[in-house]
Design a binder for this molecule. Structure first.
Ligand SMILES: [Zn+2]
Ligand SMILES: [Zn+2]
Ligand SMILES: [Zn+2]
Length: 123
């Protein structure tokens, strides 16, 4: 079977994706691809990543108004201080409190919590 350029590119991207252990953006993914394959453009990367999200191999989150991706269906949670505008990543390990409310099975989720941080409460 003759390989088309598209299938070759896809194999390259799939290989690179396997090495991703943490959250990453499309731009970061592009930077690491570009080192080895300068011809692969950002548009191809966007297309590839959104395909993976559709197929459920990749999970997408929003962080600082940017899309982030992860192979693991981890949670992504922020605590945003409305006073000093700092954003912290927090970890929520247990989904049991949510599961009862959800009419289905949870894949991954994102939570944005807003409030006043400890530092601002003291001032
Ligand atoms: Zn998911
Ligand atoms: Zn984040
Ligand atoms: Zn604060």
């Amino acid at each position: 079977m003759k390989q088309t350029r598209a299938t070759k590119q896809k194999a390259i991207l799939e290989e690179e994706l396997k090495n991703k252990k943490t959250f990453f953006s499309a731009e970061e993914f592009h930077v690491s691809i570009k080192k080895k394959h300068p011809k692969i453009g950002i548009a191809t990367i966007y297309r590839f990543l959104s395909e993976q999200v559709k197929q459920n191999t990749l999970h997408s989150y929003t962080c600082n108004r940017r899309a982030l991706f992860s192979l693991q269906n981890k949670t992504h949670a922020h605590f945003y201080c409305e006073n000093c505008h700092t954003e912290k990543h927090i970890e929520i390990k247990n989904l049991d409190f949510l599961q009862e409310e959800i009419p289905g099975k949870i894949c991954h989720f994102q939570i944005d919590i807003k409030g006043i941080c400890k530092k601002c409460q003291k001032d």
